[in-house]
Ligand binder design. Sequence first.
Ligand code: FAD
Ligand code: SF4
Ligand code: SF4
Length: 465
Amino acid sequence: MARNLSKTKVPMPVQDPHTRGRNFTEVALGYTQEMAVEEARRCLDCKHKPCVAGCPVAIDIPAFIGEIAEGRFEESFRVLNEASALPAVCGRVCPQETQCEQRCVRGLKGEPVAIGRLERFAADWHREHACALPAKPVPNGRKVAVVGAGPGGLTAAGELARMGYAVTVFEALHLPGGVLSYGIPEFRLPKDIVMAEVNALISLGVEVMLNTVIGKTLTIDELLEYGFKAVFIASGAGLPRFMGIPGESLKGVYSANEYLTRINLMKAYEENSLTPILRGRHVAVVGGGNVAMDAARCAKRLGAGDVSIIYRRGFEELPARREEVHHAREEGIAFHFQTNPVQILGDERGWVRALECIKMSLGVPDASGRRRPIGQPGSNYELAADVVIMALGTSSNPLIRLTTPGLETDKWGGIVVDGQDGLTSREKVYAGGDVVTGSATVILAMGAGKDAARAIDRMIMEKSE
Ligand code: FAD
Ligand code: SF4
Ligand code: SF4
């Protein structure tokens, strides 16, 4: 096989920014077979596999890329699927640049191998070409419950099902997927791709009970009483934060969670949708993470004249993925750096009319290592806005904590676990993903689900000896 010594990745074809700013179809179009083989040939098949150490689910990266380089796409998918239940998802939304790709040796003298794009290619190829669903494992006669059908819960469920457990996933919403379904927009992660990967898990025998809120419909203790040998809690961090500034209860102020749920889960963007959504002319989004980028890009697609991101630090500190920032800029989103809202102003009918902001300067780094923003007195100004979206981070919903005696949580409401296994302060109860770490990433939640599944299996096997 001839290696490709190009210093740069094979570019990803994307929809034209002007066209895509008016539709919800996927922005990145994916590699063709020829592009995938060409990019795969950039991999040096390093003996020590440094890239694998950057992947929280330890995909054998050179092995799956090697199969693509040889044109064996289904084999490539098989390697991926041994370690990850959601490769088409991760290939799209993983922050590869700070994980596997950051460790790639090709990155030392050029761009790293496009590991994420190749993962997406192999997973998409499998979905489009292979029709055989995975065979059901031999049952071991033991039941495990999982709370939450996001990436953490689904990964744990898949791992346990492969070991022969009868797994039931209890999900509060009417669709599985967690943030993959209700948060990340269609133009970044098409929902039929999420459902295809969820269906592959269901075909392993995983049962998904939708519309079931643990802490209301059933408690954790009831699940244990009903014969589940262990419970894995992966209920995420879906409780939005606000700033506590005047005007946050005006009409036209959304949390990003509510705004994105209306659009993604409830399809408010579709022409005949029954879900109401305010299509503002001047939309301001407060925050600088992926959630803020998603909300801003959705607002643009819903027809806003201007959309502004208000962020209190500078470009360098933006926590969003660079690719998302780049796409947002291409689509005409304006960025107001070193700017912080001090109040939301309303009209006489209680609707938002403007955002009053103050300019910030950046002082010495704080505990997070980022420069601390300091308000500049007298720099206040008004920004016209009829919709304001707060994308300031989230914490976990207190429902499970309040209904599970003895479950230890931290000061932010996250469930406290003992090390990598995810064991909580309650026997037989494990937790992982955003409900433990606070809002993080898909792949970290998946890694936690995988670790907890193995720990649950060890615990059950020890107890049954
Ligand atoms: P979740 O995905 O939140 O799933 C939790 C599930 O539990 C939900 O379905 C919820 O309905 C259910 N649940 C909650 N309470 C209960 C209950 N009491 N009973 C039953 N079910 C319950 N990460 C990336 O890696 N890349 C990105 O590009 C990215 N973009 C993002 C964009 C947005 C808009 C958001 C909000 C997040 C983004 N993230 C991204 C973060 C990532 O999605 C999360 O870190 C990840 O989904 C966490 O997985 P989880 O399984 O822990 O929780
Ligand atoms: Fe990289 Fe994410 Fe794929 Fe792991 S799952 S190899 S971190 S893109
Ligand atoms: Fe290939 Fe890069 Fe991993 Fe080496 S570090 S095996 S070049 S992907």
